[in-house]
Design a protein around this ligand. Structure first.
Ligand code: C5P
Length: 407
């Protein structure tokens, strides 16, 4: 880590003292630290302590002639491998989430093209406030990573989430962020569309036709593609998962909404259809809740939903160069999946056996065992965590787009 450099923004909060210990840990590990101290941060730690531990000058002022002459704020924002904000106050996060830039710290956050890691620290009510929730969601969507906050007693006498993570924990998060920033990003400049989760087709205002898809595999694939630098649009049915870092998620309910969202996300270099789309939907949605009565159960007529995967594979000039489908089968896995490859017109099918093998099956679980099938043959991948399967598939997609193997 001796060639790595961190730009450390120290915001104004009682936790700022922990930034000193963090600086010491980073320097001890050979990581260069270039500190920025906000005006309110300077109420909690002195520029002198920070500078002494960082072994570098502390920048505080956007309009400092000396600093600007030596290194302008734009250049400063790009001079590091990683930008760390610790403590990240509610105010700094709100500014960063909304693109405000009225001091050196916020200007740097807006101007940087480097990954950003924030260690929030604030009162528990501030952390739980809907405005902060919105800002965290926006920043996460923008690709900002977070470490903490922890639960615990706060300096203000309250208890709950809001304490800044301990310096050792932030230090570990920095090392792993530096490692992943150094990883190659073969999908930079590429756009990949991913569908995930189930769809829910309304029967009446309170009932839906849906399935047991958890969305875990699709979300892991979206995350793995983003890790490789892709711009990822994740069109997701209703699931209980947070959007992976750096992924643009569009939430939908029905197959027709999913299809519309996919079509408007085009053009894309690749499309990976992982969603368990309901094959049918009720022909008509009852306007009022169906009631039990003397006439027996209502007749619900079903009509077929559009096939999103087949539609993307036949999208003419808008067809993504690589279209990948999934096949969940309970029997004759390979034969059924190969038939699906032809029927859907896609380039690859990732097939998995969803028959319950006594371990509860893969639906909703954390592991998957898949076959990767294309026109040339079949590869059998060993059973692995869904995240690992996702990383392997993302790497294969990157290879295919790079070599032009994708038709
Ligand atoms: O036909 P089947 O549902 O088994 O095919 C599964 C594959 O097709 C998955 O990739 C799934 O996301 C996709 N699919 C789709 N639209 C549908 C049905 C399936 O995109 N209506």
């Amino acid at each position: 880590m001796t060639d790595k450099r961190v730009l450390l923004i120290v915001g104004g909060g009682i936790a700022a003292y922990k930034a000193l210990e963090l600086t010491r840990l980073l320097r001890k590990a050979g990581v260069a630290v270039r500190p920025i101290l906000t005006a309110s941060g300077a109420h909690f730690v002195t520029p002198l302590s920070l500078s002494a531990l960082a072994e570098d000058a502390v920048r505080t002022d956007l309009f400092s002639l000396g600093d600007e002459a030596e290194m302008g704020h734009i250049q400063l924002s790009r001079s590091a491998d990683l930008v760390v904000v610790a403590p990240a106050t509610a105010d700094l996060m709100a500014k960063a989430a909304n693109g405000l830039a009225d001091d050196l710290a916020s200007t740097t956050l807006l101007a940087t093209d480097k990954p950003v890691l924030m260690a929030p620290a604030m009162n528990v009510r501030m952390w739980r406030h809907p405005a902060t929730r919105r800002n965290v969601a926006t920043l996460t969507n923008d690709g900002v990573a977070f470490v903490g906050p922890d639960d615990g007693a706060m300096a203000c006498g309250e208890f709950g989430p809001g304490r800044m993570a301990e310096p050792e924990v932030i230090f570990a998060a920095i090392l792993s962020a530096l490692e992943s920033a150094a990883r190659p990003r073969p999908l930079a400049g590429r756009h990949v569309l991913v569908t995930a989760g189930p769809t829910a087709e309304p029967i009446d205002p309170v009932r839906v036709l849906t399935n047991r898809s958890s969305g875990k595999q699709g979300y892991a694939i979206a995350g793995a593609l983003a890790e490789l630098g892709a711009r990822v649009t994740l069109v997701s049915g209703p699931v209980a998962l947070a959007a992976p870092a750096g992924v643009d998620r569009i939430k939908v309910e029905t197959a027709r909404e999913m299809q519309a969202a996919c079509v408007s996300a085009l053009p894309a270099d690749a499309a990976v259809c992982v969603a368990a789309v309901s094959d049918w939907r009720p022909d008509a949605v009852f306007a009022v809740k169906l009631k039990k009565g003397h006439d027996g159960p209502p007749a619900v007529a079903l009509v077929e939903n559009p096939d999103i995967l087949a539609g993307l594979a036949a999208a003419g000039p808008d067809r993504p160069a690589l279209v990948v489908g999934f096949a969940a089968e309970t029997n004759d896995l390979e034969a059924n999946a190969r038939a699906k490859l032809a029927r859907k017109g896609c380039d690859w099918v990732v097939a998995n056996d969803v028959a319950d093998d006594g371990s509860g099956g893969v639906m909703g679980g954390d592991e998957n065992e898949v076959l990767l099938i294309d026109a040339a043959g079949t590869e059998r991948w060993p059973r692995a965590g869904k995240v690992e399967v996702a990383r392997r598939l993302a790497a294969r997609i990157a290879d295919a787009l790079r070599t032009g193997e994708a038709p």
